[in-house]
Write a protein of this length. Structure first.
Lengths: 280, 344
């Protein structure tokens, strides 16, 4: 409370941070309150991962390939979270009436998206760890980490770029309305293929892999695999340093585009009267 | 210097361009036309109008969700077009039937989250949430997940949400829509108490319920087809009809149409007639130039072969004022008009 007995309201960075944490909060508590995720988001990815492992075992693939699959299966938790927990979320929030409250708050809507991203990362990370540990133990994967700090850096940059892309998608899906469902379906399965979730992306050929690198997971997975299985760097698509650089560029571009898209969307929405209308 | 007006509009207009197909020419729909309003600080101001009148468009413009296409709108002395962020710090909006929040979070958690979106300190937020929930009788449900609340209780929570950021101006868009009698009464009691305790704050209410507007509002604007038809205190608005006499007649049988508007309105002394169908009867609301005209009306009814079931003389109500100005009741749809329209 201030001297006039009015409630103190933060501005600037403080407001941004409060909004971010407030929007992250539902994400933090949802796994505790709604336990169905245990089956759908850990057991099912584990099944898909296992299927690829058995294929590789059947054809006597090099042992690193088993590890590649496990890492791909682990990172799929983040991809699903970006699609359904980030890209679709603003659209869902509009449908249930939360978007009005976000827009009417005095802070930037980027803070809301950043909160969704932070909450999503933490929750997806817990699911990813579950898949990683169970699959690694079950299939006796051996990791030879060349540099732990580098691994952490690549992982964090991958998440930053990936969730930056999720924020951009959130703005696009909001504009697309109900068509967002179709866009999401379009992205979900093909990305498993073009980003090399279950195989080294290099096998797709340079130009295909280069095009697929617009999805941060392509570069992130490739770099992490090179660091985690340092025995055979020839399986990597680009040198890790280059991939780190590209991930930084992708992060900046996606975050900037999402910021621009949200501001533009709000401006057009205010002009045309479609900012919070449902099902128009 | 701080403006003495909480809300001010000057020749405010809003036109929507609607396309009914990608290749079709956009059609213009006038939602607001030359709206001029001045609402001083501390006033409980009401907007009364039928569906499509432009009430929600006006609220959206004032709450910065929509840009005007002409004119000026100021909230707390700030321009809605230029000072969007600063206005948002000072206002709040609650819409009836709103379903915001997350079902798996408790009442307190949801309110805390929304309070933080306004930058409130966590301790202040919890204190205000506790106080507000006590006032509306939801304190015992503080830890209940909102997915488990009844519609009325959930709406009370949404309502509380609007007051937690301590707004200077709060917009209540049909806040009691769909609520049962007790919940609506609690909400009305809450807002009356709030504006009494904080006399420098302002409330703008839109409502369909005449009695609610009459009970709560210091002043009212009656709006139809995007234009303000009258703006005054409820008492003055009713007084404007006091030279007329209002009668409520029930006649049977309803099928014989004893008093179709055109015929009965031609009876000398009859100024306006509205007809509502009842169960086995027709209810005629008549605005007469004076008591003398009643004899003519009764003769006309008898001549039509109808039976008079009851007769009641009434003081003018807001509804009578509304019908007088708009030409129809709140529950009746507006006649089609190609040049008009709204987002509601």
């Amino acid at each position: 409370m201030n001297a006039e007995g009015r409630v103190y309201k933060a501005t600037g960075i403080k407001l941004f941070w409060r909004m971010l944490l407030a929007r992250a909060y539902p994400r933090f508590v949802s796994p505790i309150r709604e336990k169905s995720w245990l089956f759908f988001e850990t057991f099912l990815p584990l099944m898909a991962t296992s299927a690829y492992v058995f294929v590789y075992k059947a054809v006597d693939a090099p042992p690193e390939f088993i590890g590649f699959v496990v890492i791909g299966g682990t990172m799929s938790a983040f991809w699903l979270n970006v699609l359904f927990g980030m890209a679709m979320q603003l659209y869902w929030d509009k449908e249930i009436g939360n978007l009005d409250a976000y827009i009417l708050s005095p802070g930037p809507i980027m803070a809301i998206l950043a909160g969704m991203a932070l909450g999503g990362m933490v929750v997806a990370a817990s699911r990813a760890v579950f898949v990683l540990v169970i699959a690694s133990l079950a299939f006796q994967v051996t990791y030879t980490i060349s540099s732990l700090p580098l691994l952490i850096l690549v992982f964090l940059l991958t998440l930053l770029a990936l969730y930056g892309m999720g924020m951009m998608f959130a703005a696009v899906y909001l504009a697309a309305g109900r068509d967002a469902w179709q866009i999401n379906s379009l992205f979900q399965e093909p990305i498993y293929f073009i980003s090399g979730f279950y195989f080294p992306v290099k096998t797709l050929g340079f130009w295909f892999a280069a095009a697929a690198s617009i999805i941060p997971l392509t570069l992130g997975l490739d770099a992490m695999r090179q660091i985690l299985f340092s025995g055979d760097p020839a399986l990597g698509f680009l040198p890790v340093e280059v991939e780190i650089l590209l991930l930084i560029v992708l992060s900046v571009v996606f975050l900037a585009v999402s910021q621009w898209a949200l501001v533009t969307l709000e401006r057009i929405g205010r002009r045309d009267g479609r900012i919070i209308e449902r099902r128009r | 210097m701080r403006s003495s007006l909480a809300i001010e509009t000057r020749n405010l207009g809003r036109v929507y361009k609607i396309r009914h197909g990608r290749k079709s020419e956009p059609k213009e729909l006038v939602a607001l036309k030359d709206v001029n309003l001045e609402v001083p600080r501390g006033e409980f101001f009401g907007l009364l109008g039928p569906n499509g009148a432009g009430k929600s468009t006006l609220i959206k413009i004032l709450s910065t969700l929509l840009l005007p296409t002409s004119g000026v709108a100021l909230v707390d002395g700030l321009d809605v077009t230029r000072d969007m962020v600063e206005i948002r710090r000072r206002i709040s909006l609650v819409s009836g039937g709103e379903n915001s929040g997350f079902g798996f979070l408790s009442v307190e958690e949801n309110l805390w989250m929304f309070a933080r979106f306004y930058g409130l300190d966590s301790r202040d937020a919890r204190q205000r949430i506790h106080e507000m929930l006590e006032i509306v009788g939801l304190a015992d449900r503080k830890h209940t997940r909102i997915g488990e609340l009844s519609t009325g209780l959930r709406q009370k929570m949404t309502f509380v949400r609007g007051f937690i950021p301590d707004p200077n101006v709060i917009f209540l868009d049909e806040p009691t829509l769909g609520l049962d009698v007790a919940a609506a009464r609690d909400i009305r009691a809450f807002v009356k108490d709030w504006i009494r305790r904080y006399p420098d704050r302002t409330i703008l209410l839109t409502t369909h319920y005449m009695a609610e507007a009459d009970e709560l509002c210091d002043r009212l604007a009656i709006i139809d087809r995007g234009q303000v038809l009258a703006c005054d205190t409820p008492a003055n608005l009713k007084r404007s009809l006091q030279q007329d006499t209002i009668y409520l007649l029930r006649v049977a049988p309803p099928d014989s149409k004893p008093a179709p508007n055109g015929t009965l309105e031609s009876v000398p002394g009859v100024r306006q007639v509205t007809v509502a169908a009842g169960d086995g009867y027709s209810e005629l609301k008549l605005r007469l130039a004076g008591d003398d005209a009643l004899g003519n009306v009764l003769s006309h009814v008898a001549a039509q072969g109808s039976t008079l079931l009851s007769l009641e003389k009434r003081e003018p109500t807001l509804e009578d004022v509304f019908i007088h100005l708009v030409g129809r009741g709140l529950s009746e749809d507006a006649p089609p008009n190609g040049a008009q329209g709204s987002d509601e």
